[in-house]
Ligand binder design. Structure first.
Ligand SMILES: Nc1ncnc2c1ncn2[C@@H]1O[C@H](COP(=O)(O)OP(=O)(O)OP(=O)(O)O)[C@@H](O)[C@H]1O
Ligand SMILES: [Mg+2]
Length: 284
């Protein structure tokens, strides 16, 4: 049993006790070392000469849902892509500052980006299944990892689909094309595909904006279920959605993180006038 050092726990006592009871050993070690799940310090981000993020600082605690809101073009997707180095794929981009995941500097030249992206999975706005069967979509990541055992792959596929609340709908058609699924099912398939490589963090960029309200509700329910096991960081244009599903919210404006805090507080008693203006619909 790891002895706890509670110095790093900034929650109120009551919450902290509940929180500590739920920690496993690895997590307590992280807390002893003072690690957050994700810590961003002094982040500036550039597309060529154009600066898209300005001096962003944020600490995301383990598990739960963090929502990022703000008007179009304010840098939400850019910020999300910083967290698993997806922007590396865009030529001419540059970053200043420090981004750590579990205390590890992910922009250190020694970082294994493939490993990082396994740990920090991503789900996009448009569901993007591969033109393969449902089974092969989910087994894709584990196979790349070298998993060849059919029984193990079947188990991973089943567990991942169960985790994404899709199993019951597809268990009898695993070898049919994933592209034959409905939009909402395709999005859950993409979540299952992300879960199959056992990430710790799931980044979601407007995951429900391309699907209907009933499918949206299913994904929102799923996000609330998943956040007991995973840290979820979600970009949403929908403030009601952020209020419904997130524990903490960050408000971006023109590349700046204007406010970051508890969702209940940010939507009822924002500290910054610009946040208040945005959430009351005065601009954006
Ligand atoms: N690949 C790119 N090359 C150059 N500039 C980019 C690129 N992607 C984004 N930008 C610019 O960076 C800024 C932030 O864009 P970003 O896509 O992060 O905003 P966003 O908050 O996600 O917007 P939306 O809500 O519309 O998705 C914008 O000014 C955008 O034009
Ligand atoms: Mg975006």
């Amino acid at each position: 049993m790891v002895k706890l050092n509670t110095r790093n726990i900034k929650r109120e006592n009551e919450t902290a006790v509940g929180y500590l009871n739920n920690l496993d050993e690895g997590q307590t070690e992280n807390m002893e070392n003072g690690y957050s799940e994700v810590k961003v310090e002094g982040l500036n981000f550039f597309y060529g000469s154009k600066q898209a993020l300005f001096n962003v600082d944020i600490m995301v605690e383990e598990k739960g849902v963090a929502a990022l809101i703000g008007p179009s073009g304010c840098g939400k997707s850019t910020f999300l892509r910083v967290l698993n180095r997806m922007n590396d794929l865009i030529p001419g981009t540059r970053l200043e500052g420090r981004v750590t995941v579990h205390g590890e500097d992910i922009y250190d030249p020694a970082t294994d980006v493939v490993k990082l992206r396994k740990k920090v999975g991503m789900v996009f706005q448009q569901p993007n299944p591969f033109p393969k069967s449902i089974f092969d979509n989910i087994a894709y990541g584990p196979r790349i990892d070298g998993q060849k055992n059919k029984a193990v792959l079947s188990e991973i596929v089943e567990e991942s689909l169960k985790g994404a609340a899709l199993w019951d709908e597809v268990k009898d058609r695993l070898h049919e094309p994933a592209l034959a699924l409905s939009g909402g099912q395709q999005q859950r398939l993409c979540i299952a595909r992300a879960l199959a490589v056992q990430p710790r963090i799931l980044l979601m960029d407007e995951p429900t904006s391309a699907i209907d309200p009933i499918a949206t509700q299913r994904i929102e329910d799923l996000i609330r279920d998943l956040c007991t096991d995973y840290t979820i960081i979600i970009v949403t244009h929908n403030m009601q959605q952020a209020a419904r599903i997130s524990d903490n919210t960050g408000f971006f404006l023109q590349g700046e993180m204007v406010e970051w805090g508890k969702t209940s507080q940010l939507f009822t008693k924002p500290e910054d006038q610009r946040t208040e203006d945005y959430i009351t619909g005065r601009f954006g």
